[in-house]
Design a protein. Sequence first.
Length: 311
Amino acid sequence: MTYPRALSLLSILLLLPQTCLADMAGLGLFLINLLLIGAAVWLLLSGLLFYALRRHKPRARFGLSLLFLLAPLLWLGLQLAAGFFIERLNPVGGETADSPVTLAGVSFPAGSHIVYEQDNGSRQPVKAESSAPLALGPLSIVSLKQEPGSRMLEAGLSGAQEIEGWPCASAEVMPTTLEPTPQGPRLQGCWLGRPRELGAVRWPPGSVLSRDGQGNWSLFWQADQAGEAFGLPVDNMTASYSQRLSLLGWEGSVYGIEFTLGDYRFSGLQSSVKAKWQSDGSLRLSGDIHRRGQPVSCVIWRPERGQARAC
């Protein structure tokens, strides 16, 4: 799976502040129950078919019923076999180059590891790795990947480097996605190798950065231990920024801890405490909230004033 696809998939599954371990466990249990119900229904249908064929010869009756019962497994086997043969007909392999190979304008010297893709009897390089750093515009890289028909490049940086003001991590963490332009490679996404502070939010190392088609930025971070943003504890957060890094939206949540803001006590022991940035600079918090023993539906928190009030 390519980095842009992985990042896109990551945006769908993870860029939800309310997602936590308890939610994922509940989803897994739901899928298991759904699978068990489906298996029971299929077994019942197989039994009904066996009964409906009672007037047929025993061999035909047992054979047809068994074939119907095993149909899902046979279908799965055919899908796996089809995928195997498709891969054999269109193989992807790697080898050590005995002469320089050019990929996306970068010349990889002899001795580099090159991965080719087979296409109608010919092959073309799709990934290259060098033992020594190479130049891609102002960047120093050790690997490069470009899918056929795609403009995007996946570059493995030789070390942590600053790209357009963002501290991107090295190839050991995650490839950096770039778009080639006449002015040089344009950053599309990477993992932060160092902290980056944007206003009241400090994005830790490991935050996922991406750029959309309008040039706006998105950031996502999640960890087992709580961090801090706007004076609040958070263990995951996502935000969008304009091209000039003006905050457009922010959401965060925390699970498994308790904290207080003024007279309000927030408990994330049973469910997540969620926070959402408002256009006036305040944050709206929801979850298990109490004030002097009484439940509160939500709280407005103004971090610049250190004030909290009920919605």
